[in-house]
Ligand binder design. Structure first.
Ligand code: TYD
Length: 138
């Protein structure tokens, strides 16, 4: 997968005087079944998360509250996605290096994942990631 496969998806939203509502359905708004959900919260100012790629896992990242940047890199080029609305989700396919940074105070990042947690699916070494990309293995 390459950077052009990474997309900000606009999710449905029902604007209402009583408060707004958004939702996401697997295989409808996103191209995968959701096997796991996790969230990042209480991230201290200046901290970064991520710093890895997945061999198989795909994700949708939503800024449920506050804002942060997701830096995506396919081994050739890099792009920064600023997320700050709860009705946008960033789709990240497998085989993309990613970092998350510039978390605002009280931000909440919700992540929908296509696989259960599997440590062996992670690539933590950037040079190894680039080599696997060059060899067409991920
Ligand atoms: P990690 O994925 O490295 O966090 P991030 O990419 O957001 O910086 O995960 C941090 C720790 O949490 C790691 O020890 C594994 C654990 N973890 C789980 O047990 N289950 C999960 O679903 C996730 C995402 C992480």
């Amino acid at each position: 997968m390459v950077l052009s496969d990474c997309k900000v998806l606009e999710l449905p939203k029902f604007l209402d005087e009583r408060g707004n509502l958004s939702f996401v359905e697997q295989l409808n708004h996103i191209p995968f079944e959701i096997k796991r959900t996790y969230w990042l919260y209480d991230v201290p100012g200046g901290e970064c998360r991520g710093g890895h790629a997945y061999k198989d896992n795909q994700e949708l990242i939503i800024a449920l509250s506050g804002s942060f940047d997701v830096v995506l890199n396919d081994g050739t080029e890099k792009k920064v996605f600023h997320l700050n609305r709860s009705y946008y989700g960033l789709y990240v396919p497998k085989g993309i290096w990613r970092e998350m940074e510039n978390f605002s105070t009280n931000s909440l990042a919700l992540v929908l994942s296509s696989t259960k947690y599997d440590e062996s699916d992670y690539i933590y070494d950037y040079d190894e990631f680039v080599k696997l990309k060059c060899d067409g293995k991920i």
